[in-house]
Design a protein around this ligand. Structure first.
Ligand SMILES: Cc1cc2nc3c(=O)[nH]c(=O)nc-3n(C[C@H](O)[C@H](O)[C@H](O)COP(=O)(O)OP(=O)(O)OC[C@H]3O[C@@H](n4cnc5c(N)ncnc54)[C@H](O)[C@@H]3O)c2cc1C
Length: 418
């Protein structure tokens, strides 16, 4: 029996990591600070790079049961309503990338990962349990928990999100970076929408200093709508400047959103008006990764948002957390027992960091392009009209995750002194 590994955080990244390890016979103890497992209600998109992992893990049927599979990504001008470009998804995504492009409710993805973790029976799930600090030593990692208890593991995976404690100790306390953007989130029943807005597509509306994305979730019965505008909590928007920036669910008023969006075409206005209620959160991230040492040191690794938080403008945050977990599982496949965690995590870090950094950079760049004004906007629209499908597809991304290098790789960073 392999010794247990500690996983801090029970979001999509933490569950994916626990599952990847369980599939290789490695037991984990998963710590989640919240009192219940679950995800804040919003949608997410999974490109073929992420659905490829779910298929490899035998979760295609579970995904089919709850996801939607849009026929296209359609980009439209938020003011004029005209189509700027289109990427065919559906059968075309399958033909191009061998895997589907899916849209899901976050809670559904979380639930299917949780069920898979539980089915393996190798993960101890602990709610109301917060990791406070850790100590990396020659024979393992000791984790200190809220309330004074302690835990020992062969390694520690920090899957504790944007505000990660594990990251703060591993890399030093650094404040998150504010994007200056606010995301309004809402859900509407497809049956409550005018027929024209019920199409099985991902629609991205672009306007100056704003964009809106909506797509079907829950097998197409619901539409998830996210509107991103420039602003600060409390100043003309819900929440308050001093309210908890970590919250994903500040109270929001649709009148504020309508004002922030400015004049929009009738289709977009109809979609916004159909949403019965909004919540609001401030979008924060961190600068792109600069080296493998930001992914792992010694027996401690960061996965998902803890390592590489993303702005949501490439729709890859959950996908990259899932890819991280898959890579770790893949590396364990060829690792003889007893597992040398320092070496496995070094290989993991070397495989992952550049791809994650590239996705972080492109996500940030997309935000500027989506919200462009003046000449940049004109250039964007012209390029989209001429080369829409080629610009919107990302073969380098959707073809992933890349296979890890199997050669021994030196540790990305000197072992931590404790
Ligand atoms: C508007 C928006 C839209 C998005 N759209 C997409 C999309 O379309 N596609 C996509 O792939 N991604 C999308 N994302 C990103 C995606 O949601 C995240 O990147 C992904 O969920 C990361 O998961 P994670 O497990 O790393 O972190 P989190 O989901 O933040 O999970 C961290 C978990 O750790 C717990 N925790 C924190 N600290 C501790 C501690 N000290 N001890 C114990 N537990 C702890 C937390 O309670 C939480 O449950 C979007 C994000 C936003 C904001």
């Amino acid at each position: 029996m392999n010794p247990q590994v500690i996983v801090a955080g029970g979001g999509i990244g933490g569950l994916a990591a626990a599952l990847a390890l369980a599939r290789r016979g490695v037991p984990t103890v998963l710590l989640e600070q919240a009192s219940a497992f679950g995800e804040v209600g919003a949608g997410l998109q999974l490109g073929p790079n992420a659905t490829r992992v779910l298929a490899d893990w035998g979760l295609s049927d579970a995904m089919q049961a709850c996801a939607a599979f849009p026929d296209a990504l359609r980009v439209r001008d938020a003011h004029r309503g005209t189509e700027l470009g289109q990427l065919r998804l559906g059968a075309m995504a399958l033909a191009r990338h061998g895997q589907p492009y899916a849209t899901l409710h976050r809670a559904d993805l979380h639930a299917l990962l949780l069920a898979a973790v539980q089915a393996h029976g190798l993960t101890g799930l602990h709610l109301n349990t917060r990791l406070v600090s850790f100590e990396d030593s020659a024979n393992g990692v000791n984790a200190a928990l809220d309330g004074g208890s302690a835990l020992h593991g062969a390694a520690l995976l920090g899957c504790d999100g944007l505000w990660s404690r594990v990251r703060a100790q591993l890399l030093g306390e650094r404040p998150v970076r504010s994007s200056g953007h606010l995301a309004y989130r809402g859900m509407v029943r497809a049956a409550d929408l005018p027929t024209a807005l019920r199409a099985n597509v991902v629609t991205a509306w672009l306007g100056p200093r704003m964009h809106v994305v909506h797509y079907p979730v829950r097998s197409g019965h619901w539409i998830n709508v996210v509107a991103v505008v420039h602003g600060v909590l409390g100043r003309g928007h819900g929440g308050a400047p001093e309210s908890d920036p970590r919250s994903w669910s500040h109270e929001a008023r649709s009148a504020d959103l309508v004002r922030a969006l400015g004049p929009v075409c009738s289709d977009l206005r109809a979609m916004i008006d159909a949403v019965p209620g909004w919540s609001l959160w401030a979008l924060n991230d961190r600068p792109a990764m600069t080296g493998a040492h930001e992914h792992a040191q010694g027996r401690v690794a960061l996965l998902g948002d803890a390592a590489h938080p993303l702005r949501p403008y490439l729709a890859q945050g959950a996908a990259m957390a899932i890819e991280d977990a898959w890579t770790l599982g893949r590396l364990l496949e060829s690792t003889p027992a007893p597992i040398d965690w320092t070496s496995v995590l070094a290989r993991f870090a070397n495989t992952r960091w550049q791809r994650n950094a590239r996705v972080q950079q492109q996500s940030q760049r997309n935000g500027s392009i989506f919200h462009a004004t003046g000449l940049v906007r004109w250039g964007r629209d012209t390029a989209m009209r001429l080369r829409g499908e080629a610009l919107l597809d990302n073969p380098w991304l959707y073809g992933g995750p890349p296979e890890p290098a199997q050669d021994p790789i030196p540790s990305p960073h000197p072992k931590r002194k404790t």
